[in-house]
Design a protein around this ligand. Structure first.
Ligand SMILES: Nc1ncnc2c1ncn2[C@@H]1O[C@H](COP(=O)(O)OP(=O)(O)OP(=O)(O)O)[C@@H](O)[C@H]1O
Ligand SMILES: [Mg+2]
Length: 367
């Protein structure tokens, strides 16, 4: 369904006819909220050129708190680049001239809306726990035999390892977000994504040039995640070991918060702090999964000690293996090179709990 908000009744009627399909036209922004609350549907909202620009931006920012999947299209007569940039930062998916009927209709169509991809964040408050190892292998597992499109996003902006773990050599990184440009368009023009051979994954890599990491603004990452969920069935986000602004943006978007630890006392202490911070930030415990990596090293720590820290179920135990380091040196995740390896099996078993609820092959259906 498309909701058109336009105070000028005639203009609203013209737009509704141009968009086609199920369209509800309302004259005021307040009525859009009421409609969304009533329908709860995945839909597009077209904010007409007759609305006040600042009000439209404020409305979009608030709307996405409760309805992150709703696509907002803003119409502006002779909109400036500055306005388009501000609209994009507020979460507007596209700005069109009100006369650009074909573009507006496409953006509101099922193709324009398509996927509702799920975001998985992989976090640990202690470095070296195995976040990157889990993120890369999980991404391969979620892809299955190719029935799902998966993007692996490296948000460890300062020290991202995805490029080296997958032996990717390119200057196409998140640094491309520093300059302007609509994020969806950058994606569609292939300026952000690098394909990882032997995995079928699309990867978005961390910046490499000194100083670039700080210049990738959180608002751009927010736009990127929005754009990715409409293009991929699953987005796996590898995070650094601290609650940076980029991490908070990713956690906000995530449907699944994976928290990794190893069974050692300092890691457990950090795990408890991480879980407490996630609670404090108000993230749902239902979205959370705690995984233990190198679980077989736990000889010195009792199951009771671990249970006292986690105070909940442990979603997976991943064994320790030298083959992990070997796979990193070869640039191919174990999941792709050795699917029957015990580490691969443990991660796939964990991934399998999500695959029934993931959308499949959205891109194939839409193109
Ligand atoms: N299950 C495992 N068995 C053996 N070695 C492992 C295992 N998991 C990870 N490692 C090794 O531990 C090291 C750290 O793993 P990884 O880079 O995935 O951790 P990280 O949490 O992403 O670290 P950082 O905080 O630096 O980003 C790597 O050298 C990897 O080879
Ligand atoms: Mg890492």
């Amino acid at each position: 369904m498309t909701i058109v908000c336009e105070p000028d009744v005639r203009a609203a009627r013209v737009l509704a006819a141009a968009i086609g399909g199920e369209v509800r036209a309302v004259p005021a922004l307040g009525e859009v909220s009421a409609l969304l609350a009533e329908t709860g549907a995945r839909c597009a909202v077209v904010l007409g050129a007759g609305l006040d620009f600042e009000e439209a931006l404020r409305f979009t920012e608030h709307l996405h708190v409760d309805h992150p999947a709703v696509k907002v299209i803003l119409l502006r007569e002779r909109g400036s680049t500055v306005e388009t940039g501000r609209a994009s930062a507020a979460g507007v998916a596209a700005v069109f001239d009100p006369a650009a009927h074909d573009q507006i209709a496409h953006a509101c169509s099922v193709d324009g809306l398509r996927a509702d991809g799920q975001v998985f964040t992989v976090f640990a408050a202690k470095g070296g726990c195995g976040k990157t190892m889990l993120a890369t292998n999980l991404a391969v597992a979620l892809r299955g035999a190719g029935e799902r499109r998966v993007c692996l996003l490296d948000l460890d902006l300062d020290h991202g390892d995805v490029a080296s773990v997958l032996a990717l050599d390119t200057d196409r990184t998140l640094a491309r977000l520093i300059a302007g440009g609509e994020v969806g368009e950058l994606l569609d023009r292939g300026e952000l994504v690098t394909a990882a051979p032997r995995t079928g994954l699309d990867c978005i890599l961390a910046p490499v040039a000194p100083g670039d990491a700080e210049r990738v603004r959180p608002a751009r990452i927010d736009r990127l995640l929005r754009a990715l969920t409409s293009r991929y069935d699953a987005v796996v986000v590898d995070l650094p070991a601290r609650f940076s602004p980029a991490v908070l943006v990713a956690l906000d978007h995530a449907h699944h918060h994976l928290v990794v630890s190893t069974p050692e006392r300092p890691a457990l202490k950090n795990l408890r702090q991480t879980l407490d911070i996630l609670d404090l930030l108000g993230y749902s415990r239902a979205a959370r999964a705690v995984l233990f990596n190198r679980s077989d090293l736990s000889a010195a720590i009792s199951a009771a000690d671990v249970a006292a820290v986690v105070r909940g179920p442990i979603a997976a135990h991943l064994p320790s293996s030298r083959d992990v380091a070997a796979s990193i040196n070869q640039g191919v995740p174990l999941m792709a090179a050795q699917p029957a390896h015990p580490v691969s099996v443990a991660i796939r078993r964990f991934a399998d709990r999500y695959t029934p609820v993931l959308p499949t092959a959205n891109i194939a259906r839409a193109t």
